[in-house]
Design a binder for this molecule. Structure first.
Ligand code: ADP
Length: 269
């Protein structure tokens, strides 16, 4: 915290002269850090009372016969909202952890194909009776260097979004492949799509195209911010293409340097 942060800007003019501007941004960085610490601390502190509330609600709902019928629905609503708040706090804490540093502290070989298989299973459960067709095409031996939990959060956010924003019966295609540019994961849906004016802002915290819709789907508005920061940790980037009414395509690109060999995975396990 006692580090000095300087921003350097060099302008070169046609006549060969240069203007060098050094700006002290220490205070701006410190304020940013205070905001992040505050969010992380508040999220952490709110978890305990929430766990207590949820703990009291659970036995009441498990023994619903003993509860006055007039109270059953309000109690269910309270449990749902407590669950929603828990997701929000978990996402806030995860984002705070991801934002704490621009790179990974430790890196392991991560087998992406099995990770995606597990995510597809959860996505099928989320889809439930909406019967989305979820297709997975993943190169089995393509292994990334990174943090499995972070990659899993990022990929599941993309796949769960595809399910949430695609009407019943739609199709979700997940591909994981490698080429000379590196490795790529794409999630394509036939859902509601996104107007182009929103695309550049989607990865901002709490940015939502339609707040009421996203509240009803149980979103926290933090999913794509989490994806963005998890990708930064893995030297990756997110590309978004979408057409309203047709669907969306979210692609994560990783450079060749982020790939691990299958051999490395064998050694680690
Ligand atoms: P949320 O929790 O609201 O889903 P996200 O950060 O994951 O938050 O996404 C931000 C917004 O981007 C969403 O509220 C939604 O409007 C839009 N969005 C994300 N994924 C999709 C998708 N596959 N199809 C259409 N809209 C999407």
């Amino acid at each position: 915290n006692d580090r000095l942060h300087l921003q350097l800007q060099i302008t070169r003019y046609g006549n060969g002269e240069q203007l060098m501007l050094v700006r002290d941004v220490t205070h701006v960085r410190q304020l940013e850090q205070m905001r992040k610490d505050f969010v992380a601390n508040v999220s952490h502190e709110l978890r305990t009372p929430l766990t207590v509330i949820a703990g009291y609600l659970e036995p009441l709902l498990d023994n619903a016969d003993e509860v006055n019928p007039r109270w059953r629905r309000p109690l269910q609503q309270m449990q749902q909202q407590a669950e929603r708040m828990k997701h929000l706090l978990d996402d806030l804490l995860l984002l705070a952890r991801l934002e704490a540093s621009d790179s990974l502290q430790a890196s392991q070989p991560v087998a992406v194909a099995p990770l995606l298989q597990a995510i597809v299973k959860d996505a099928q459960a989320l889809s439930g009776t909406n019967d989305h067709r979820i297709l997975l095409d993943a190169e089995p031996h393509l292994v990334l260097k990174g943090n499995e939990a972070e990659l899993s959060s990022a990929f599941s956010n993309l796949v769960f979004n595809a399910v949430k924003y695609t009407p019943a019966g739609g199709e979700i295609r997940i591909r994981w492949w490698g080429d000379r540019d590196g490795a790529h994961l794409s999630v394509q849906d036939t859902g509601i799509g996104i107007e182009s004016r929103h695309l550049t802002r989607l990865t901002e915290r709490f940015y939502r195209v339609d707040a009421s819709r996203s509240a009803s789907t149980g979103g926290t508005g933090l999913g794509l911010a989490i994806v963005k920061h998890a990708l930064i940790h893995h030297n990756g980037r997110l590309e978004i293409a979408s057409e309203p009414g047709k669907g969306s395509l979210f692609t994560c690109h990783f450079p060749p340097s982020q790939l691990a060999t299958r051999q490395a995975l064998g050694n680690a396990s």
